[in-house]
Write a protein that binds this ligand. Structure first.
Ligand SMILES: [Zn+2]
Length: 261
């Protein structure tokens, strides 16, 4: 495969242009004091911050309507010595590299037909991933095969997808984490209700899961209402997409230098 322009070493600005478009949620703390709520339009002088320590994502939550949003979405590439046209070319190259990445994600959680708020978030996460052109997202229920036992079916499913997001709320999703958390490792983002803290999974499987490099967070009922669970899931997905861009770039760069192809 021919290497893309962005994989060749160049001025430091080129590398900056590649690395800077991290998701807004990962930006370092800023002096943001006020928030213009995108849900209710209110101007909130001191919004609440919600931080997920393992993911290192943070969000602002409107104290009027209770909805959460990202800190900001401005890419800080201006004023770094790169001419605008060159910068736009680099951004276009980056956009092409990102658009080439196709990931398949499985979203586990409570029965989508139940009135559990976590089930609503599960649907929201799938819909948001599908809105990203070229990406695929499924529920386990979409991928049934005859009367195959659930655990056998899910064991197979986890090998045919790239990522899994588990909104743990029901006994079913806790069992999914117990059965597959360690084998999925860094390909799994697991959400636990804060009420589950100190349980069996907390002192056992979660520790082993962390050792694999897996990501998990706990959520409160208000995190479902504010939608920060959805936002953080989508931002985690975006980070994995950037990782895939990186891996694809490294692969094509290695193709160029390999003596035997
Ligand atoms: Zn609001």
């Amino acid at each position: 495969m021919r290497s893309m322009e962005i994989s060749s070493p160049g001025p430091s600005e080129r590398w900056d242009a590649f690395w800077l478009p991290l998701t807004a949620a990962r930006r370092p703390p800023t002096s943001v004091q006020a928030m213009k709520c995108t849900a209710c339009d209110a101007e909130v002088r001191k919004p609440k911050r919600r931080e997920f320590p393992r993911l290192k994502f943070r969000y602002l939550v409107c104290d009027r309507c209770g909805k959460g949003q990202r800190l900001g979405t401005v890419l800080r590439t201006s004023g770094r010595g790169t001419r605008p046209t060159e910068r736009e070319q680099l951004r276009a190259t980056l956009a092409i590299a990102v658009a080439r990445v196709r990931l398949k994600t499985l979203v586990w959680g409570p029965n989508p037909n139940s009135d559990d708020l976590a089930a609503e978030k599960r649907k929201q996460i799938r819909a948001d991933i599908l809105r990203d052109e070229g990406q695929k997202a499924f529920f386990s229920e979409d991928l049934q095969l005859g009367d195959m036992p659930n655990n056998v079916l899910e064991m197979i499913q986890q090998h045919i997808v790239d990522l899994v997001i588990c909104v743990g709320a029901s006994w079913g999703s806790a069992a999914e984490f117990e059965s597959f958390g360690v084998t999925l490792g860094p390909k799994l983002l697991a959400w636990f209700p804060s009420a589950a803290r100190g349980g069996f999974a907390d002192g056992g499987s979660r520790r082993v899961f962390h050792a694999t490099g897996g990501f998990d967070e706990t959520y409160n009922p208000e995190d479902l209402i504010s939608c920060v669970v959805t936002l953080a899931s989508i931002d985690w997905f975006a980070e994995k997409k950037f990782l895939q861009v990186y891996v694809d770039q490294v692969r094509s760069a290695l193709d160029v230098v390999a003596p035997a192809r």
